[in-house]
Ligand binder design. Structure first.
Ligand code: UDP
Length: 234
């Protein structure tokens, strides 16, 4: 199916050119990495699941007024997207204390965060994607203050759309990571939204249904990803 040339290969996706200069094809792999790629593995059919879950969530967000790079899902593992220049900031939104927040501040996992918080991480593998402040974004010229304000507003809007969507599916949206890009001078949501980039807990059991099962060797990884697909797209 892929006919274009490879532009970039990341940890979980490859990007290819298309016949259209304004569009790129995202190919979703089964490769999984954690802890800045120190841990590697594969999760069977992860690429298919992340592609389909991302499609559903991008469509939902577009319907709710959030601009995204999504154009069309082309096949099980391929998504046609608008070509963007990525803002090198990972945007994390948190509703419940977990992961690096718990570790960094010595907090107990599982407590609700109200109102939700937004954090910036510098997208830089060599530095291990460090947490940064607004002033560092400005210092490094990663985005303008106006862009940061718009990104924060969009990130919170994404949260307000996704939180009830997952609650209806008996899932807690604990936290998630977003990436934004500029297309024709306009900020749009890019990358993917999937069990690789979000924490989901089952509402009843509080069990992880996301990449934490891989990070922490919790087992039943494929089953969890399949269950997310079923609840989101089924
Ligand atoms: N996340 C991500 N990519 C990263 C780092 C984090 O998608 O490179 C997601 C992660 O899945 C979680 C959220 O961002 O949903 C917050 O992650 P955290 O800062 O707690 O870091 P972690 O515990 O994953 O190291």
């Amino acid at each position: 199916m892929v006919t274009g040339t490879l532009i970039y290969e990341g940890k979980a996706k490859k990007l290819f050119t298309t016949g259209h200069p304004d569009e790129v094809l995202q190919y979703f792999k089964d490769d999984a990495t954690a802890f800045n790629a120190q841990k590697r593995g594969t999760i069977l059919d992860k690429g298919i699941i992340n592609n389909k879950v991302s499609e559903r969530l991008f469509r939902l967000l577009e319907e709710n007024g959030v601009p995204t790079h999504f154009v069309e899902r082309k096949s099980d593992r391929e998504m046609l997207t608008k070509k963007v220049t990525i803002v090198p900031v990972e945007v994390v939104v948190r509703n419940v204390i977990a992961g690096s927040l718990a570790k960094r501040l010595g907090l107990k996992e599982g407590e609700a965060i109200q109102p939700p918080i937004v954090e910036w991480y510098y997208k830089n593998d060599a530095l291990g994607d460090p947490l940064i402040a607004d002033e560092h974004v400005r210092l490094l010229k990663l985005a303008t203050p106006e862009q940061m304000a718009e990104i924060k507003g969009l990130a919170l809007k994404v949260n307000s759309v996704l939180q009830p969507f997952f609650a209806e599916r008996r899932m807690v949206l604990v936290d998630f990571k977003l990436e934004f890009g500029v297309h024709n001078g306009r900020l749009i949501l890019a990358d993917e939204i999937s069990p690789d980039t979000c924490r989901f807990w089952d509402q009843a059991t509080r069990e992880s249904m996301d990449k934490d099962r891989f990070r922490k060797d919790l087992g039943k990884i494929e089953e969890a990803y399949q269950e997310v697909l079923k609840r989101v797209c089924g």
